[in-house]
Design a protein around this ligand. Structure first.
Ligand SMILES: Nc1ncnc2c1ncn2[C@@H]1O[C@H](COP(=O)(O)OP(=O)(O)O)[C@@H](O)[C@H]1O
Ligand SMILES: [Mg+2]
Length: 254
């Protein structure tokens, strides 16, 4: 018997008032690979992430983690689940009142019994893994560039060695060169850790650069979900229209 998917959405719908934000969305997230959920602004991408971390609840359908329905989780169950899921927030969500090092060590303080010096060692190693050295680690996030702050956010998301990392628009607001560097970092860290990544983006060039699997969300509907080349080369007119219209240059299909 094959193991159940780490995360599976089964017919998930979500409304805010009369507005349908997600309409019968189903997919199973491939393990140990990077999946990109791409779609224009307002498509419902962030809502998917909010559902996955329990910040919103579906109106219908089920969300399964390791085959277990998350709607049945109690508070302790959600705490245990959140430990297994790292999240890189769109705005970074770093605290400027503490050092970069303390930001990355923060989840370790809340979820482990490691003593302070060991927490710092773990935090420094996570920072090193994303290209942030000790000198930057002693500074506060507001003294760093946008790209450096993204790296710190990723280090913090990795602090507890999660099984899944969720990324909300990791390259939004970055210049093209910095965006490409963050894409390369996601590919590099993904290949090294072999962790399950779910990346939400409206940027089709990022999508093409980092995805092994792609889902296209349009107005709350998942139009297609599958291996990246199959999706990016799809002949479906609506899928083509999205990728062609939004491409400022040719999409790289390596
Ligand atoms: N808490 C909320 N209350 C009301 N409407 C919301 C809420 N969250 C999101 N929406 C609406 O749902 C739609 C999808 O939002 P979102 O998931 O953030 O899209 P995306 O991340 O793809 O840009 C948008 O029209 C947004 O205005
Ligand atoms: Mg969003």
């Amino acid at each position: 018997m094959t193991a159940p998917a780490l995360i599976e959405l089964c017919g998930v719908s979500k409304r805010y008032g009369s507005r349908v934000v997600l309409d019968d969305v189903s997919f199973a997230l491939p393990r140990n690979a990077t999946t990109v959920l791409v779609g224009p602004s307002g498509a419902g991408k962030s809502t998917v992430l909010r559902l996955l971390v329990g910040l919103a609840r579906p109106d219908s359908g089920r969300i399964l983690v390791d085959g277990a329905d998350v709607s049945k989780l109690n508070r302790d169950g959600w705490m245990a689940l959140r430990k297994r899921v790292g999240m890189l927030f769109q705005e970074g969500a770093l605290f400027n009142s503490m050092s970069v090092l303390d930001n990355v060590a923060f989840p370790l303080r809340h979820h482990t019994r490691l003593p302070r010096d060991e927490r710092e060692q773990v935090a420094l190693s996570k920072l090193a893994a994303v290209g942030i050295g000790e000198e930057l680690a002693r500074r506060t996030p507001d003294t760093l560039s946008g790209g450096q702050r993204k790296r710190v956010g990723l280090a913090r998301a990795l602090a507890l060695d999660p099984e899944i990392v969720l990324f909300d628009e990791p390259t939004a607001g970055l210049d093209p060169v910095t965006s490409a560097a963050i894409d390369a970092l996601i590919v590099d860290v993904g290949a090294r850790l072999k962790t399950t990544f779910l990346v939400i983006t409206h940027d089709i060039h990022s999508c093409a650069a980092i995805a092994q699997h792609v889902g296209l969300l349009l107005e709350g509907r998942l139009l297609v979900f599958g291996h990246r080349d199959r999706v990016l080369q799809s002949g479906d007119p609506t899928v083509r229209q999205f990728f062609d219209r939004r491409a400022e240059g040719p999409i790289r299909i390596a």
